[in-house]
Design a protein. Structure first.
Lengths: 186, 288
């Protein structure tokens, strides 16, 4: 490579050098990815161990990928106990400083609780919720899909998912009425 | 009259959807009639959010009173229409409209139909006022109690109820999801609020929203029906000179009848989920 660069014309030299540097950077990225192996197989406990080990060894920035893999693996063996396993994993991640407590709570409740974290807010409905009703409903719908994964397909808790689905529909109805009433009062 | 003339005659009618409004208005009014029997004490029992204070209940009672009167009058007319229609069928008049006997029955049917329109026309203005009052008072309560006093989070907790674990099987089916007629839905409301202790904040919030949106729809429907009814009456008066029983007429009558006597199949109420057991994996320090 060095001989090639030296024998090339000056403007070619620069181009070749740039390409060589880019290739080097890419290969470095590959190496980093290889250093963060994602959990494989069907054993959820082993998958959690792999994820913990990976994040303790410099792969903490890949938290989302690890979580996504863990959710997929858990889906292969749905049981109520899985909810506790994810809770422990998120508490651990929070204790390790990989996530804030708030983020850990948000993630846990997004997947494994009937309540919708998208409904968090400190201001009254007329002034804060109603002007963004469409966006909120769209977020709730997305969260319901995550609850389907967490509650139904991972925790095998049909009743909880049913309640979440019902809550979503009731919220839709009550917000329609409330926001209509708020608008009339302006 | 031969079939071709009959078809042409039908085409001169207003669009079926417009004619159906007459029946729909009757549905609204009769639904409101069932409100008359709402037990005030039942509806007002114990909610810490005050969605059904005395003023709202008074408006509902007034609406119900007006609608009840209309229901009684319509019930008698509908009964007569039913008998006349049966006679028409049993006399094998379909396809034999030119027969003098059949023409007479058809004319009587048309006259009774006209009577039904007149009853509605006479009572609609008062009905409209009552519905609008109920609508306005509920609107105020919803705005104050759910809109201004609650955050989205507290609203969610209210809807979910305390403890999250005991789903309310008596909760009414949701509007827009049940495909249920107004009167059936209000009958469900009645069942809910007439059993002291069965209602709670979360079901009341849903009921209040449901009634409010129904009243909003009813108010618009009554206004449109009032505009339409004089036109329908005129058409029926014209029809009297030909003695026709039109499909639209039969449709309206059937609609009103099904509401009065509950003949139509109501949408099945949403089943309550099975009792929830506390699973071993249910505990989490992260749970909100």
């Amino acid at each position: 490579m060095n001989r090639l660069i030296r024998s090339a014309r000056p403007w070619w030299r620069q181009a070749l050098l740039l390409s060589a540097l880019t290739l080097a950077a890419c290969s470095g990225l590959d190496t980093r990815q290889d250093a963060c192996p994602m959990p494989q197989g069907h054993d959820l406990e082993a998958a959690f161990e792999t994820a913990r080990a990976g994040m303790q060894n410099g792969c903490e920035t890949r938290f989302d990928d690890y979580l996504s893999h863990l959710l997929t693996i858990a889906e292969g063996d749905p049981q109520p106990e899985n909810r506790r396993r994810f809770s422990e994993f998120l508490v651990w991640a929070s204790d390790e400083g990989l996530l804030s407590r708030r983020q850990a709570k948000s993630l846990y409740n997004r997947y494994f609780n009937v309540k919708f974290v998208s409904m968090m807010g400190d201001y009254d409905n007329c002034s804060s919720t109603c002007p963004n009703k469409t966006t909120l409903l769209s977020r709730l719908e997305q969260e319901l899909a995550d609850k389907e994964l967490g509650l139904l397909r991972i925790s095998a808790d049909k009743e909880a998912y049913y309640r979440a689905d019902h809550l979503f529909k009731e919220t839709e109805l009550v917000l329609e009425a409330t926001c209509s009433a708020c608008a009339a009062g302006r | 009259m031969n079939p071709r003339q009959y078809t042409i005659k039908v085409r001169t009618y207003p669009a079926p959807s417009r004619r159906q409004r007459v029946g729909q208005a009757a549905a609204c009014l009769l639904a409101a009639a069932t409100l008359a029997s709402l037990d005030a004490s039942g509806a007002a029992t114990g909610p810490s959010i005050r969605l059904f204070p005395t003023t709202v209940l008074e408006d509902i009672r007034q609406t119900g009173h007006v609608a009840k009167e209309m229901e009684t009058n319509l019930q008698d007319i509908i009964g007569r229409l039913d008998r006349q229609q049966q006679l028409y069928r049993e006399s094998k008049c379909e396809g034999a409209e030119s027969d003098p006997g059949c023409a007479r029955i058809a004319k009587q049917l048309g006259a009774t139909y006209l009577e039904m329109l007149n009853v509605m026309e006479a009572q609609l203005p008062e009905m409209e006022r009552a519905v609008n009052n109920t609508y306005a008072s509920l609107e105020k309560r919803l705005r104050q109690e759910l809109g201004q006093k609650m955050t989205p989070w507290t609203l969610q907790e209210t809807l979910l109820g305390n403890g999250q674990g005991t789903p309310d099987v008596t909760r009414p089916s949701l509007r827009g999801h049940s495909g249920m007629r107004l009167s059936d839905r209000f009958r469900q409301y009645y069942r809910l609020v007439s059993h002291p202790g069965s209602n709670s904040n979360h079901s009341l919030a849903v009921i209040a929203s449901d009634i409010y949106l129904d009243m909003q729809e009813a108010s618009g429907l009554i206004a449109r029906t009032r505009e339409e009814i004089s036109r329908a009456t005129l058409m029926e008066q014209l029809n009297q000179s030909f003695g026709l029983i039109t499909p639209e007429m039969q449709e309206v009558v059937a609609g009103v009848k099904s509401i009065l006597f509950g003949e139509a199949t109501a949408g099945a109420p949403i089943a309550g989920p099975p009792p929830v057991s506390q699973e071993p994996g249910d505990y989490s320090p992260l749970k909100l």
